[in-house]
Design a protein around this ligand. Structure first.
Ligand SMILES: C[S@@+](CC[C@H](N)C(=O)[O-])C[C@H]1O[C@@H](n2cnc3c(N)ncnc32)[C@H](O)[C@@H]1O
Length: 186
């Protein structure tokens, strides 16, 4: 067994938590990898809402969804995840955020601390018991360090009676290894 990267570990956690029929969110769809993974976990009776502010990302995600026959349980939305409550009103089992920029895209389009936290807090209002919000925090780009600090500060401030908060990261790697944060509602 090998220790998993933050990204792989995010999928391990989602696989444990998400069940067929659940409603889940991919807050940063990008190329659609997480949207597809979640669509396969929730099955035809569940639903995944994928958000991205870039039309190109929405197009790539929709293509991946269509090519894998999971269209029925997937809605891809070209809007900021801070507007999540406009689109999702039912209880949520899990949400994933991959922060930073789309590697194959425009590196100047990045997630921002204020909108990220706005979205996390909205999702928390709809999160089911034992539901989880996962953030994979990349912070090597301009503005990334500030976003990381704001999110860590927020996560550390959550009442331990209400949320279990996990931080997972390789601590002996150069080049800012991503941090995984998991907030689980108790
Ligand atoms: C690290 S990438 C996501 C990678 C994706 N999970 C994948 O598997 O390809 C971050 C994405 O967040 C998007 N983004 C930035 N700000 C956003 C916002 N406010 N709401 C939704 N998406 C946003 C960017 O356009 C970018 O595609």
């Amino acid at each position: 067994m090998k220790l998993q990267s933050a990204l792989n570990f995010s999928h391990t956690l989602l696989k444990e938590i998400v069940q067929p029929g659940d409603t889940v969110i991919d807050a940063t769809a990008g190329k659609g990898n997480d949207t597809l993974f979640l669509a396969q976990l929730v099955g035809k009776k569940g639903h995944v809402y994928g958000f991205d502010i870039q039309a190109k990302a929405v197009e790539l995600t929709q293509q991946l969804i269509d090519n894998n026959n999971v269209r029925k349980q997937t809605t891809v939305i070209n809007d900021g995840h801070e507007n999540v409550t406009k689109y999702v009103t039912e209880p949520i089992t899990a949400a994933i955020f991959n922060l930073g920029y789309l590697p194959a895209g425009d590196h100047s389009i990045v997630t921002k601390p204020t909108t990220t936290l706005e979205s996390v807090q909205s999702i928390m209002q709809q999160l089911k018991k034992n539901g989880v919000i996962i953030l994979v925090v990349y912070y090597g780009h301009p503005g990334g360090e500030k976003e990381k600090e704001r999110i860590l500060q927020f996560a550390q401030s959550l009442d331990q009676h209400v949320y279990n908060v996990l931080q997972y990261q390789f601590i002996n790697q150069i080049h800012e290894p991503p941090i995984l944060l998991a907030l689980q509602k108790r």
